[in-house]
Design a protein around this ligand. Sequence first.
Ligand SMILES: NC(=O)c1ccc[n+]([C@@H]2O[C@H](COP(=O)([O-])OP(=O)(O)OC[C@H]3O[C@@H](n4cnc5c(N)ncnc54)[C@H](OP(=O)(O)O)[C@@H]3O)[C@@H](O)[C@H]2O)c1
Length: 281
Amino acid sequence: MKKILVLGKDGQLGRSLQAKGIMQCLGRDELDLSKTETIFDRLMDLDFDILVNAAAYTAVDKAEVERKLAEKINGESLEFISKACNEKGALLIQISTDYVFGDTLPRPICETHTTIPESVYGASKLYGESMVQKFCERYFIIRTSWLYSNYGHNFMNTMLKLAETKSKINVVVDQVGSPTWVDDLADAVLEISRSASTEYGIYHYSNEGLCSWFDFAHAIFEITGSSVDLSPVESDAFPTKATRPSYSVLNKRKIRNTFNFQINHWRDSLNRCLEQKKSSK
Ligand SMILES: NC(=O)c1ccc[n+]([C@@H]2O[C@H](COP(=O)([O-])OP(=O)(O)OC[C@H]3O[C@@H](n4cnc5c(N)ncnc54)[C@H](OP(=O)(O)O)[C@@H]3O)[C@@H](O)[C@H]2O)c1
């Protein structure tokens, strides 16, 4: 049985991987990725065959004013994580993002598409990818998008919270992507880690289908039976520090074909996530 180590145990993906039985998980207290000088030695002391890096600086707007910190956590740290994995002969599964792309034509984006990040966060994650590619021999980089789960800070939880106090909510309609339930991503990561595939490289993974943030909110309120008055607005109604792509649907053909994946439609997964939320109350 291969031994898996997860970094980012208190994040959305880290928590889902723990819930699925992964025992060896480290949080920021146990390994702070901003202290890059400590990473290699700390990892060399641990026993693992596969490292899943689910830790990241994920505050997309704050990163615009904390560039150095975001670069350290999302970029520089990957040099030392990669070198430790290489030294141990371990497989590295690094989670990355659709924000490595800038504005593209509205067609699902392949792994080989030119990366032009428009935000500090996107650039820092791309820096991390380049460190993995440079310093690690056995790696899978999984780019994903629009993560949500029952815990943590995400769009679904924000909408549900807003609906508790507001009768009218405006949501952006001119950004299109694919929501991804973290439990589906965790299953994909575990399947990849169990596979004996040596087809290392970059893969795209999200739930199937696409929608705008407005459509996503509409589905959340439809499924939960909320009577909130929802209105579509353009992005400029909510100015943000970081620029976000208006179209970021990932093409998943490569991951489907390589690992024989059946990927759930975002709406089916949203139903299951909300079902889970209801039954855990
Ligand atoms: N969320 C999205 O919509 C989205 C979309 C595309 C890709 N991704 C990528 O998917 C992965 C998982 O995302 P997520 O939503 O699960 O993230 P998340 O919930 O924000 O969790 C990130 C985790 O990283 C930890 N972390 C932050 N700085 C750290 C440091 N200096 N040292 C050690 N740990 C640190 C955080 O620790 P604390 O709990 O102590 O803060 C947190 O537990 C990330 O690589 C992210 O870039 C996310």
